[in-house]
Design a protein around this ligand. Structure first.
Ligand code: HEC
Ligand code: HEC
Length: 213
C-alpha cells in the first residue's frame, strides 16, 4: 500500500509533464489526418471491433503517449505498432489525438460487435472492486486513479486513461498483458503491480462493470 501511495504522488508530479507534451493539438486538422485510423477505431472513435480500443473522449495526452510508446517500442502490438509508424509527425499525432479526444466519450451502448454486458451480479461485484479494491489482497481501488465511472481524474489530468465505456475484450487483454508483463509501458509499473493482484474472475467482473458504463 505504501508503494502504491508513493507511486500515486509520482504520477501527480508527472501530470503537468504529460499535459505539456500533448498540448497544441488541433482537433479540426486531426479529423482528416485520422482517416487511416478510423477503419479500426471508428470514425467517431467508437470502435466496432472488441479487440480495438475506442478512443472517443480518451485523454489526448494519453493517446499521444501510447503512440510514442508504440513507435519507440516501449509498447508492442503487431498491428498497432505498424500503424503508429504511419501516424505522421509529432504535430500530426497531436492533431489526431485532439480529434479523438474531442468526440463524445466512449460508452458500452455503442459497440456494434460486442453486446453491452448484462450480468447484474458480475457488474455489481466489478463495481465493488473498482470502488474499494480488495483489502484481503491489498488491491487498491481503481477509482482512485481512473476517476468516477472510469472517466479519468479531471480534464487536465492526462496520465490516467478513460476506461469506463471501453470494450470488455480490449480491457481484459490489457489487464492480462500487464499481469504477464507483456505490456510494460505504465509509469512506475503501477498497472503491472495492480494487475498481478487480480484473479481471472476479478478481471471478468471489473471488465463487465467498465464495459457496462
Ligand atoms: C488495423 C487496425 C488498426 C488501425 C488501422 C489503427 N489501429 Fe490503433 N490499435 C489497434 C489495436 C488492435 C490496438 C490494441 C493493441 C493492444 O492490444 O495492445 C490499438 C491501440 C491503439 C491505441 C492505444 C489505446 C489505448 O487505450 O491504450 C492508440 C492510441 C491507437 N491505437 C491509435 C491509433 C491511431 C492514431 C491510428 C492511426 C494512425 C491507429 N490507431 C490505427 C488497431 C488499429
Ligand atoms: C495508482 C494509479 C492506478 C490505479 C489504482 C489503477 N490504475 Fe489502471 N492505469 C494507471 C495508469 C497510469 C495507466 C496508464 C498506463 C500507460 O501510460 O500506459 C493505467 C492503465 C490502465 C488500463 C489500460 C487502458 C488502456 O486504454 O489501454 C486499464 C485497463 C486499467 N488501467 C485498469 C485498471 C483497473 C481495472 C484498476 C483497478 C483494479 C486500475 N487500473 C487501477 C494507473 C492506475
Amino acid at each position: 500500500m505504501m508503494n502504491t501511495l508513493r507511486a500515486v504522488s509520482v504520477f501527480f508530479a508527472l501530470i503537468s509533464v504529460a499535459g505539456v507534451a500533448s498540448a497544441g493539438g488541433d482537433a479540426k486538422a486531426g479529423g482528416p489526418k485520422s482517416e487511416l485510423c478510423q477503419g479500426c477505431h471508428g470514425a467517431d472513435g467508437m470502435s466496432v471491433n472488441p479487440e480495438c480500443p475506442s478512443l472517443a473522449g480518451q485523454k489526448p495526452g494519453y493517446i499521444y503517449k501510447q503512440l510514442e510508446d508504440f513507435i519507440n517500442g516501449k509498447r508492442h502490438n503487431d498491428t498497432m505498432s505498424a500503424m503508429a509508424a504511419l501516424a505522421g509527425t509529432p504535430q500530426d499525432m497531436k492533431d489526431i489525438a485532439a480529434y479523438f479526444a474531442s468526440q463524445k466519450s466512449m460508452s458500452g451502448d455503442n459497440y456494434m460487435l460486442a453486446p453491452k454486458p448484462d450480468n447484474k451480479k458480475s457488474i455489481s461485484n466489478g463495481k465493488k472492486l473498482f470502488m474499494n479494491g480488495n483489502p484481503r489482497t491489498g488491491l487498491y481501488g481503481c477509482v482512485n486513479c481512473h476517476g468516477k465511472n472510469g472517466k479519468g481524474k479531471s480534464a487536465t489530468n492526462q496520465v490516467f486513461p478513460v476506461i469506463g465505456g471501453q470494450s470488455k475484450g480490449y480491457l481484459a487483454k490489457q489487464l492480462k498483458d500487464f499481469r504477464a508483463a507483456t505490456r510494460t509501458n505504465d509509469p512506475a509499473n503501477m498497472m503491472m503491480d495492480i494487475a498481478k493482484k487480480l484473479t481471472d474472475a476479478e478481471i471478468d467482473a471489473i471488465t463487465d462493470y467498465l464495459a457496462s458504463l
